[in-house]
Design a protein around this ligand. Sequence first.
Ligand code: SF4
Length: 223
Amino acid sequence: MKLTTNIWEMAKKKRILPTMIRRWCCAEFKEIYGAGKVTLIGIRREESARRAKRNEVEVSSRKFSENFDQFSEHEEEMVTCVSGKDKILLSPILTWTEDDVWDFLNSEGIPHCELYDQGYKRIGCIMCPMSTTRQKLREMEEYPHVLRKWCQTIEWLEEHVWKYNEKIENITLRDRVHWWISGLSLEEFRQAYMGPTLFSKEEMGEDKIEKLIKAAFEGYDKM
Ligand code: SF4
């Protein structure tokens, strides 16, 4: 798998940030691969409501979605339905709990990412829109270069896309970052944080966000 672009350039091309509601990045960078192949994935049902609905054996385009037992019963019939562009996804630990995972790793002596020892519960891309606001704030502090790239992307979008939308004019970079890491829709965010100067500066996290953005640009030009 060879990437030809990065998530910031893709955001400019798509003219939108990735968000919980419009999570285009997984589709662009992960899910497009695997045609004609079997991909093993480590998702677990207890991780989210969406994952709770997943099955252990799935063929893309929803041609097949069952558990391992059902798959072996229908093996011959289903294999004939898999064509070159289909993807077969196997989720062998779908029903495992978090304790099951740690018991397995520890009993087998399998090394794990040290970020888990530093308190991270979920490890994906840095500042992933699917992570909690608390985790994003932590990552903004620990990975200022990633925050800087997102700020530059936000400023590009502001200049080339958003400034033409009168509904969201006069928003500062700090407001934009605050909205984006909140995981709220713009409308929900407006209702929660909009004050006389658009967004209230006294709201939770405002000063911290301002400081983190400043730190991310120390020694760099804004664009
Ligand atoms: S892990 Fe998060 S940031 Fe990374 S591609 Fe998936 S949704 Fe996007």
